[in-house]
Every structure is written in C-alpha cells, then in structure tokens.
Design a protein around this ligand. Structure first.
Ligand SMILES: [Zn+2]
Length: 161
C-alpha cells in the first residue's frame, strides 16, 4: 500500500479537533527511505510543534488508525516524558543497566498498549467500519507459515481432492 498525503491530511485535521490538539502546529512528513516503522511523531513541547512521520509504504494498512495512534502519543507526551525522567532518577541514565532496561521496557509496553487500546476505542466510538491493521503481525505469520512449510505441504497433499 502506498500512502496518500491527502488522506493523512484529512485524518489529521479531523482528529486534531476530536482529541483537542488544535493549539498544536503539526506537519506531515512522508518518509521515502527504507524505515522499519509505519509512523512516528517528533514533538517539541515548548513550541507546541510536531512532525508526523509516515512511511510511504507502511506496514499499517489503516491510515486513520495510524494517525490517531501517533496523535495519542502527542496527547500523553508530557506524562510520557515525566515518567521517563522519573525512571532515570530511580534507575540512572546507563542504558545497559538491566534494572533500568527492565523498567524502561515495561513502561514502553504499557505506553504502547494503552495508546493502541485508546486508538481502537476512538475508532469504534467514531463508527469506523474499516478493519484494524494487522500489518505488524504479517511478518511473524509469514515466518511461522514458512517454518511449517513441510508439514503444511503434507496436509495439503492429503486434503487434495
Ligand atoms: Zn506507538
């Protein structure tokens, strides 16, 4: 799937209102180089400016879901930063410290799953009929299926009519 800038602009405009982010200046940047992520948002809290980065070939197949997800990161960014500073005070700044790494991983997992839960909730409350993106699961599924290729192949033969 190739990204459509107009569609992103439309979703950004719509969700900036719903999420009460109108006081922010947000610009869209389509990333055309190879990039592991579907999207990201870079935030300047003091200036209230943000850049919404969107992969030109995202794994995420639902662009509205992607836009809401990144805007929710913006919405909770102050709290996110506060908790990160808090973790640094407790566990220090050394990234290879296992205690810090554990706490940080747990924090990121809670943050991501909360943001994604809220995204799903907003999408369904808003009545979106479009299916959620399962793009992030495509790769592990492909690996799983390829890994069992021999087994599947045998079943296939047996079932063939
Ligand atoms: Zn996220």
């Amino acid at each position: 799937m190739l990204v459509n800038r107009k569609a992103i602009e439309k979703y950004l405009n719509k969700w900036q209102d719903i999420l009460r982010l109108r006081d922010w200046d947000i610009v869209i940047k389509i990333v055309k180089t190879k990039w592991r992520k579907s999207g990201d948002i870079k935030i300047d809290l003091e200036d209230k400016k943000a850049v919404l980065l969107v992969n030109h070939k995202p794994k995420c197949t639902n662009l509205e879901e992607l836009v809401i997800h990144e805007l929710l990161h913006l919405k909770v960014y102050r709290m996110d930063q506060m908790l990160e500073s808090f973790l640094s005070i407790i566990f220090g700044e050394k990234e290879d410290d296992p205690k810090r790494e554990f706490a940080y991983t747990q924090f990121m997992m809670v943050l991501e799953s909360t943001v994604e839960d809220l995204t799903k909730g907003y999408l369904s409350a808003e009545g979106s009929q479009k299916s959620l993106s399962f793009g992030r699961l495509k790769e592990p599924i492909d690996v799983e299926i390829r890994g069992n290729c021999k087994f599947d192949h045998n079943i296939d033969k047996g079932d063939r009519k």
